[in-house]
Ligand binder design. Sequence first.
Ligand code: SF4
Ligand code: SF4
Length: 409
Amino acid sequence: MNDIIKELAELEEMMLQCMKCGTCQHDCPLYRTDRKESSVARGKISLIQMVYDGKLEETANILKHVDKCLLCGRCKNVCPSGVKTDEIFLKAREVLRKINKMPGWQKMILKTAMDKPELMAKMAPLMHIGLKFGSKKIKEDIYKPFLPGMGGRSVVGIKSKAFAKEFGGFHKAENERMKVIFYPGCAVNLIFTDWGKAIVEILKYYGVSVFVPETNICCGIPAATMGELELYKKKVNENLDMFESFDGAEHVITCCPTCKYGLSEMGEKQTGRAGRIPVTDILVFLKEVLKIEEKVELEETATIHFPCHYEKDKHGVVEEFVTENIGSDYKKLTNQSCCGFGGTFNIKYYERSSGFADSKADEFQEKQVEKVYTPCPGCSLQLNDAAAKEGLDVVVTHPVISLYNKIKG
Ligand code: SF4
Ligand code: SF4
């Protein structure tokens, strides 16, 4: 116990920067809905401080509150004192996990998913069939006794062939002007394989040759959020080694802001290693590096959901892409709160998690949008679920899909 308190106290310097001003309350999606101090960054920091000050005996219960967090980073973004809430919460989860140990079977699944990516890719056909069968059962809610809250979900299926298995290798562009690596991440590798295909084809169309890793190594963020920071660091290092093995690549392109954050900003903080190749979101790459002027001109009413980890100063890039390159009739969402996905948060607290997306779906309906663009696979899963539950005739997708449909004619 003393070791744990000592480890938590290592966070003291970062936590003392919190003036308890409460500015973070306004932007915390959890606090905005339950008004509980234990939901917001200030309250969580106070609880951790009380543990190492020896004022709280039930240390294990504290994990519950630290765990109940979307890790959306909104508190960090608005904090006037620059408190690194994301680093504090990840480290606290790691330390407190030593008391509330993860069940052995969960740890085994996590380690297999992280350490055996080739096995995961080989299992894609089985998972594809299993999920097809399973999602019907989820709708029927037969899992309720074991997995309460799973019922009624609309699950986007796993594809029968992993993206890296199908597209792994070098894709040379005619009139090559640059080489990049495309990092699909787990969701594109196994679920949104069409996003990956569109990105490779678009890049080649603009004269960019693409390396696609033959095995997708997870960015490690799921491990970090479960308190397994060492496993996360291992994945970051493996990915950086892999990126640096591709000769002449100038960017690592991603289409998941959480993977980008995990492999760059947070990855560097945790491992102390900065990648040599910049990690760049696909839309930012198309607009700011390639400066594409393509016009798709779709006659449809569209809106955008901005993912929490998508850099705020790049929101304008996404808007320009949708309004200028795609040419949609754009209706801005009033509710730009978190979609509520939060990775494992969605699995553990589904009812709470889906509540955030449901309120967004209400606005889709009210504004009569036909397409919802979001440059994140996690948000896409969550919003698809909410739209399906409300029976909305709306397509949730990444903006590159509309560009790709035009290019391929
Ligand atoms: S905004 Fe920052 S300083 Fe203020 S209470 Fe929240 S974490 Fe603490
Ligand atoms: S990371 Fe998000 S959910 Fe967690 S405390 Fe901060 S604002 Fe709230």
